[in-house]
Design a protein around this ligand. Structure first.
Ligand SMILES: Nc1nc2c(c(=O)[nH]1)N[C@H]1C(S)=C(S)[C@@H](COP(=O)(O)OP(=O)(O)OC[C@H]3O[C@@H](n4cnc5c(=O)[nH]c(N)nc54)[C@H](O)[C@@H]3O)O[C@H]1N2
Ligand SMILES: Nc1nc2c(c(=O)[nH]1)N[C@H]1C(S)=C(S)[C@@H](COP(=O)(O)OP(=O)(O)OC[C@H]3O[C@@H](n4cnc5c(=O)[nH]c(N)nc54)[C@H](O)[C@@H]3O)O[C@H]1N2
Ligand code: SF4
Ligand SMILES: [Mo]
Length: 702
């Protein structure tokens, strides 16, 4: 008899907590229970994970394709008609404007199989270079900085289980107490073991409450902060000279840049006092081993890449990378934030974390795809640039796994760009704010209804299993790509390259990734089921006698992934945020998350208990600022930037700097934080400055 309990993983964040699902006897609902065998969360789940089955229910989701009627309404249609319209829409754009006028926008929540197929679909079926995804808005700065320092980007180069055993952890702009609650245990265990926790955040968050030392810099000044710390490290003779000599390159330039950032100067820029800087250096340098972990705070800046480089430099100067229990890591965000950035939905990328501009990579992947490497398009635009080109260079868009009307910077402008498209097709599980603007909406299956792999923030590849039968009327993203390939490929039978069975897709992904930086070729569904996850790189063994590769939980212990095996210092210097406060816009706005909502809220705003816990947007501000404004707790305030105006109730707290306000970005409408945000892009990662823009506040008279 088939076991009715299915061990699987949460649909939301990159922790990818293990959970057991048990369908009710009639199959209409599914229960979540503890899955103690999965080591990352050891049974613990946050409220989002526990309530995730609510979004499987047909009362909140799409169960029929929708097409735009002549009167302009979205009306139910058959799959035949809906798919036909999509093929026709893309076909027309391609005929009129060329292949690059069709764009594709993907998501870091898509499984590896979907992300891989989407990248292939864009390049092989649509023949477009114009594909990017929401991961660009997520960890792209850390990825760029990690790549240039270590020669390889994997969010965490070690498993989370190493965290409690190190001596000190610096969490920079990361709030795991709200964004990955079960992971907080690793940090509290660190403290129980005698280690220390430093939290760098302009707000005293729930995470900061656990810190031995909380540094509250002005938003957008983490780069200066890291340079000030490095200055003190050098001045106090705390560098690890032997390590720097043996394992790194480029120290002199970085040392010189740090020496120019005097602690007093850094104090003026950041608002963090010199004694606090000294204390941070002491806590970080005294133990044998230490870690720096960054998240979106320092990364979502127009200098996010350099900022992360500054923190990596700190690790390299003190010998805290590529050694046991030491290192730099980025806490990635979305369910497949790691795998989704490896297999080709990024504008410049081919599967296996290969570069689209590398002739050898093109030749390898073209062979797997059965095509001439010369017909593979080149790199396209980054996410914001792609969205900004909608309705002009890009006339039609396929959107899979993102809700940019809520989550893109300068969202009112992006919404207008989306409305100006000739044709928009959206695959989603719910009618998101962006899907509501589509010409065709295709309702798809989700996590518990389909099998696929994700790669969590540690680089651990996991098997998410199908536990229940999807409702009638929905199809998987893989089926959608298969059907569209058939319709758009003409005589070429392109659908054969788009299997609908996820395992078959994974088998091809293994071959496509073989030999690349993110090598999955030694990983099979069977291994994933038996071993509870495998860390990449995991090459297939060429020699049958050699046995299987065990996977790589810890990277860089012997050498870094650069040509000479040394890590690279990258000299960086402080620069201001793209939009400094001035008389007209005197306050800095930063944005982020609350525990009970997820991202654009498309899924979690449809769950009753989560809405009860986090019913709507708010503006967090300091009592001094509130007083000046005449704002009272719970009463609406308007936040105005050069991009627009948003209104939400005041939440007055001393836990935030008096020169800064914070808004969560989970809501649409009047309280949409992204109406305000600045799309100034990092020159390397093309990350927008979500974490700092100049605003003014206005009291709203009721
Ligand atoms: N509940 C919940 N959990 C989630 C998500 C969600 O939407 N909701 N999303 C998932 C995803 S995709 C991601 S990327 C992660 C994000 O996880 P986090 O990075 O932890 O989340 P954020 O709230 O965006 O930002 C973290 C902190 O950065 C601080 N911050 C703001 N500006 C600055 C700055 O200039 N410098 C510094 N040092 N800090 C600053 C904010 O005050 C905030 O507390 O969470 C994942 N988990
Ligand atoms: N101001 C501000 N803005 C931000 C951020 C910030 O910190 N501040 N953070 C940024 C970050 S880090 C991120 S990751 C983005 C995220 O923002 P979005 O890209 O908007 O992410 P989601 O809200 O998760 O959107 C995913 C969409 O895909 C749907 N979906 C879920 N599973 C599937 C599936 O399997 N197939 C398909 N086809 N659809 C599916 C969901 O219903 C939802 O509509 O927001 C960015 N925007
Ligand atoms: S922490 Fe993340 S993966 Fe774990 S249950 Fe919550 S949302 Fe799901
Ligand atoms: Mo993210």
């Amino acid at each position: 008899m088939r076991d009715t309990v299915t061990p699987t993983h949460c649909p939301y964040c990159a922790l990818q907590c293990g959970m057991n699902l048990t369908p009710s006897p009639d199959g209409s609902t599914v229960g979540v229970s503890e899955r103690a065998d999965f080591p990352v969360n050891r049974g613990a789940l946050c409220g989002k994970g526990r309530s995730a089955p609510a979004v499987l229910s047909s009362s909140v989701r799409l169960t029929s394709p929708l097409v735009r009627s002549e009167e302009g309404a979205l009306v139910p249609a058959s799959w035949e008609e809906a798919l036909g319209r999509v093929a026709e829409g893309f076909g027309r754009t391609r005929a009129e404007y060329g292949a690059d006028a069709v764009g594709v926008f993907g998501g870091g929540g898509l499984t590896n199989e979907k992300a891989y197929s989407l990248g292939k679909f864009a390049r092989v079926v649509l023949g477009t270079s114009q594909i990017d995804y929401n991961g660009r808005f997520c960890m792209s700065s850390a990825a760029a900085a990690g790549g240039r320092a270590f020669g390889l980007d994997r969010g965490l180069p070690f498993p989370l289980e190493d965290v409690p055993r190190t001596g000190c952890v610096v969490l920079v702009g990361s709030n795991p107490a709200e964004t990955m609650p079960p992971s907080l245990r690793y940090f509290t265990e660190l403290k129980e073991n005698g280690g220390t926790l430093i939290v760098v955040d302009p707000r005293r968050t729930k995470t900061a409450e656990h810190a031995d030392l909380h540094l509250a810099p002005r938003p957008g000044t983490d780069l200066a902060l890291a340079l000030g710390l490095l200055h003190l490290i050098v001045a106090e003779g705390r560098t690890d000279e032997a390590y720097v000599l043996e394992r790194t390159a480029g120290w002199e330039g970085t040392r010189a840049a740090a020496m120019a950032h005097w602690p007093e100067y850094v104090e003026r820029i950041t608002g963090v006092s010199v004694p606090e800087l000294r204390e941070a250096v002491r806590l970080f340098c005294e133990p044998e081993a230490a870690m720096v972990l960054t998240a979106r705070g320092p990364e979502q800046q127009s200098k996010g890449t350099d900022t992360v480089s500054a923190w990596i430099n700190l690790c390299l100067a003190t010998g805290r990378a590529g050694r046991p229990l030491s290192g730099y890591g980025c806490l990635t965000g979305q369910g497949n934030g790691q795998g989704g950035r490896e297999h080709g939905q990024k504008a410049d990328q081919l599967p296996g974390y290969r570069k689209l501009t590398d002739p050898a990579a093109r030749a390898h992947v073209a062979e797997v795809w059965g095509m001439d490497p010369d017909s593979l398009p080149g790199p396209g635009r980054s996410a914001y640039e792609l969205l900004d080109a909608l309705g002009t260079d890009i006339r039609s868009l396929l959107l899979m796994g993102s809700n940019p009307v809520v989550s893109a910077p300068r969202a009112a402008h992006i919404e207008e760009r989306i409305r100006s498209l000739d044709f928009l097709a959206v695959c989603d599980v719910v009618l998101s704010e962006t899907a509501a603007l589509a010409d065709v909406v295709l309702p798809v299956t989700q996590w518990a209804e389909e099998t696929g792999t994700t790669t969590n923030l540690e680089g651990r590849v996991l098997l998410r299993r199908r536990a229940i039968t999807p409702p009638a009327g929905v199809r998987s993203d893989l089926e959608v790509m298969h059907e569209l390939a058939a319709r758009l490929g003409g005589e070429r039978n392109l659908e054969k390259g788009f299997p609908t069975d996820p395992e078959e897709v994974f088998e091809e992904l293994r071959r496509a990734s073989a030999g690349g930086p993110a090598d999955y070729s030694g990983i099979t569904y069977r291994r994933l089921a038996e071993e509870n996850g495998v860390f990449w790189p995991c090459p297939a063994s060429g020699d049958p006698g050699a046995g299987v590769h065990p996977g790589t939980p810890r990277l860089f212990l012997d050498r870094f992934a650069t040509e000479d095996g040394r890590a690279r210092f990258v000299p960086v210097t402080h620069r201001a945020v793209a939009e400094e406060p001035d008389e007209e816009y005197p306050v800095l706005l930063t944005t982020g998350r609350v525990v009970a909502q997820y991202q654009s809220g498309a899924q979690t705003r449809r769950v009753e208990e989560l809405n009860a816990a986090a019913p709507g947007p708010f503006v967090e501000l300091h009592p001094r600022l509130a007083e000046r404004l005449g704002a009272a707790e719970g009463e609406p305030v308007a936040v105005v930037s050069r991009r627009g105006r948003a209104v939400a109730p005041a939440r007055i707290t001393t836990a935030i700097r008096p020169d800064t306000v914070f808004m969560p970005f989970h809501w649409a409408g009047e309280g949409r934080a992204n109406t305000l945000t600045n799309p100034a892009l990092d020159p390397t990662s093309r990350m927008p400055e979500f974490k700092a823009c100049a605003v003014r506040l206005e009291a709203v008279r009721l």
